[in-house]
Design a protein around this ligand. Structure first.
Ligand SMILES: Nc1ncnc2c1ncn2[C@@H]1O[C@H](COP(=O)(O)OP(=O)(O)OP(=O)(O)O)[C@@H](O)[C@H]1O
Length: 600
């Protein structure tokens, strides 16, 4: 074995055997690679694994599948690492656990290799988590959260030496409350096993706790929020796993677990939603009014259908052919930096997001990025608000592409995960065929913004209000609704009151309850409406006010203001990888890119 420790870059080299074949193994800088040597001493196939993607190095012959098996032999060691499963060209890859068993000529050499590899792992992966707090929603998705965690995730955490404290939730909002109130000393991150609803709980808990500790009021719409230290991990096990899909590229529990283990860190923009001076919610994927709000409200009434309720409600709402009046004001982002129509994709290592880190957090190196209070808007002037008034099929604001298996490009294909901006999509009233074309283009390669009734803007903030007449009616409706509820002994309390109360007390709000309230409001609305619209086969008197869908939750408020907070939280993810970059280099491969140490 030769070893060169004089320079910073460790270099260790020796012959190793895999199943009686001789390999030349090399640990050099950031990579561990092994090259098959044929009988004439010629190098053949090389496999190169970044040290940062090594999961564990174990003495002996070790396997963890189907269950843990250790054969403590003297001259063997087993390497576990991230293995990419290339599906087909252009498609996102899942990760799995790679395993290679090496045999050394002596025990001494085996111990040296194990020692050097473990040292390299510590040096090159300083930000791996050691202790995690895991929340499992036993009722999310197909109710397989516990099974997914215990069979797929826990064995990998154990292999990587990560200890975890597991909480199986008994009720909605338990995870959020736990993060807000309990002592989290010693935890390097919080993990949810569930869907977007569970992620949202963790998001609210982590942001809320960070602001409490920093003494910042979340209710102040203009507050500069403190970026959060505690990383969030998502093990997808819900019926909607959009955040996981948009930040990892695939909904796969093993892929997500491996990202958590190697300590990947993806900053994420978060949009705060306020109603006057009250925080309503935080959002990362969609704040949508009109069609997307109606579909959610309708789907909540059909929960018994399971995930198919979204398709059913989507069809129904399309047939209802509704549009809504509204006033949208937005604060444009700098058009020089990027545009929602520049055909770019925010992929792992995105330069737009990297430049934004420098802009959002000037005068800070990455190590101190989240340990000091930083003003991200200090160097920027606010700019001028733009006002748009009209009738809209939908108004959507998204801080990410919001791609999902159904719509691989997403709501806004060129949106960035961490550039401090969101994309505002305004779909004006149009004929049913036009709107169908818009919706259909989300599932094809055609540009959904290339339609005369659609506009898209990259923004820093948005305000939505109703035209004056509608405001009056809206307020009347609330009065009527309140009156109706106070007269009914068992009637639901006013959700707006209920919700603001809950924000302060961090209690749960039932979406079913809200959906009922929305239905009640629609009925009251249509009774009062003097104007009569013919909107489609399913209803003759449509409401003139819709609801907001905020990451899959219905908001009880209509007039809201939204502000994008750049890189407010961090996920254990790295963004969507470009599938074209090879991780394994076969010597002489012309596609070999910077990731391979052997050919650079
Ligand atoms: N033990 C529990 N009982 C009831 N609800 C819970 C429990 N734990 C979490 N929840 C709530 O369930 C909601 C949905 O959970 P999750 O996102 O994990 O699953 P999902 O199947 O994707 O749900 P949806 O399709 O409704 O978003 C979350 O908003 C969360 O607050």
């Amino acid at each position: 074995m030769t070893s060169d420790m004089e320079t910073d870059a460790v270099r260790v080299e020796s012959s190793l055997w895999i199943q009686n074949k001789r390999y030349r193994a090399l640990l050099s800088g950031w990579y561990f690679s092994w090259t098959e040597v044929d009988k004439k001493n010629r190098d053949r196939k090389t496999v190169s694994v970044p040290v940062s993607e090594v999961i564990a190095v174990e003495e002996g012959q070790v396997d963890i599948q189907p269950q843990k098996r250790v054969e403590d032999t003297d001259r063997d060691f087993t390497l576990f690492y991230v293995k990419r499963n290339i599906r087909s060209r252009g498609q996102c890859t899942s990760w799995s656990l790679g395993r290679t068993q090496f045999c050394c000529p002596s025990r001494d050499l085996r111990d040296q290799w194990v020692g050097q590899l473990r040292t390299a792992l510590k040096t090159h992966s300083p930000s791996r988590p050691h202790r995690l707090l895991v929340f499992i929603n036993p009722y999310g998705g197909k109710k397989r959260g516990k099974q997914i965690y215990h069979s797929l995730v826990a064995p990998l955490f154990e292999l990587a030496g990560i200890s975890s404290h597991v909480v199986v939730t008994d009720r909605a909002h338990q995870a959020r409350d736990h993060i807000l109130k309990k002592d989290l000393t010693g935890f390097d991150g919080v993990i949810c096993v569930g869907g977007d609803g569970m992620f949202s709980e963790l998001l609210h808990g982590v942001i809320g706790r960070t602001q409490q500790e920093a003494g910042i009021s979340e209710h102040d719409p203009n507050a500069v929020l403190q970026p959060c230290d505690l990383h969030i991990g998502i093990i997808p096990a819900g019926s909607t796993d959009c955040v996981c899909f948009a930040t990892v590229g695939i909904n796969d529990p093993v892929t997500s677990t491996l990202h958590i283990i190697i300590g990947d860190s993806q900053p994420l923009d978060v949009c705060s939603v306020h109603h006057h001076s009250m925080l309503v919610r935080y959002s990362v994927s969609l704040v949508g009014y009109g069609f997307y709000g109606d579909v959610l409200a309708e789907s909540e009434r059909h929960r018994w259908m399971g995930p198919v309720r979204y398709d059913y409600s989507g069809c129904l709402m399309y047939l209802c052919n509704r549009s809504y009046p509204g006033i949208v004001e937005y604060l444009p982002a700098d058009p020089q930096r990027s545009s929602p129509r520049d055909n770019s994709r925010c992929l792992s290592g995105c330069h737009v997001c990297a430049e934004s880190t420098e802009r959002l957090f000037p005068h800070s190196d990455t190590s101190s990025l989240y340990s000091s209070k930083l003003s991200q808007y200090s160097s920027e002037s606010e700019g001028e608000w733009v006002r748009v008034e009209g009738r809209f099929r939908c108004v959507s604001l998204t801080c990410m592409s919001s791609s999902c298996p159904r719509s691989p490009k997403g709501l806004s294909p060129s949106a960035h995960l961490a550039d401090g901006t969101g994309d505002l999509i305004l779909v004006r009233d149009t004929n049913p065929l036009g709107f169908l074309t818009y919706l259909h283009r989300h599932t094809t390669t055609q540009d959904q913004f290339d339609l005369p009734f659609v506009e898209v803007h990259r923004v820093k903030a948005v305000r939505f209000s109703l035209p004056p007449g509608e405001v009056e009616e809206e307020e009347d409706d609330h009065e009527e609704e309140r009156g109706r509820q106070s007269n009914t002994e068992e009637g639901p309390e006013d959700p707006e009151k209920h919700f603001s109360h809950n924000i302060d007390n961090r209690k749960s709000i039932s979406q079913q309850h809200l959906a009922e309230w929305v239905k009640g409001r629609e009925t009251a609305n249509s009774k009062k409406r003097k104007k009569v619209f013919l909107c489609g086969p399913c209803c003759s008197k449509p409401p003139s006010v819709s609801v907001w869908n905020c990451d899959g939750e219905i908001l009880p408020q209509t007039e809201i203001s939204c502000r994008v907070h750049g890189q407010l939280v961090r996920l254990f993810a790295r963004g969507i990888e470009d599938g074209a970059v090879p991780w394994t280099c076969h010597e002489g491969n012309r596609n070999c890119k910077a990731r391979c140490s052997l050919h650079n």
